[in-house]
Design a protein around this ligand. Sequence first.
Ligand code: SF4
Length: 225
Amino acid sequence: MLSARLTELNENEILKYLGYRGQEIDPSLRTQIERCIAEVERAAVPRIVWKQLPVVENHVEGLTLAGSDMADLLANCSEVVLLGATIGAMVERLLMKSEVKSMADALIMDACASTAVENVCNNFEQDLRAEVEKQGLYLSDRFSPGYGDLPFEENRDFCALLDVERRIGVTQSPTHLMIPRKSVMAIMGIADHPLKMRGKGCENCPMFLHCQFRRRGVTCTGEPL
Ligand code: SF4
């Protein structure tokens, strides 16, 4: 039985969300980050829901899965696993409170919360991969609506199939944003042969939608967009 696991947050990941790239960190900023990590960890209630579904004739019932990334996944996989994950409404309240109190805290808190929900997804993926490999099968890497060419709007079908409102307390805004914000829908494929993993480019990066580097017109490796 796979369960939601939130493990220690990686400070480097948080700094990356904040747009840092190897610069020296001021001790007062480090203290502020440590305080924000502690507050997010205290408030977080990680929850997941997941479902394994068959791929029939390159199609999963109930999902559109548009785009070339998904066409490739469906052509190579016999099943998919859908994941819904959240760190809960208490973190949402903490983010809203910090937005009123201090913009600097709000930014750091947001980065900590993004890292936390990503941590829950990574831990699930790791646990699932171990289970799949025990059966002599292969797990693809993880895609979420909004990465690559999988449309963001597909969050709607993921949420419906996973019944996330009832199971983990996640709803959607009319523009398909998750409520609480730090919630993620994702899909992975299962195959009987090794699968090609995607490259490390921006289109495959979990930070793609909120990347501070891209907002400044560069990538995290310093290249212009
Ligand atoms: S890979 Fe792209 S999206 Fe991801 S952190 Fe680097 S610049 Fe941002």
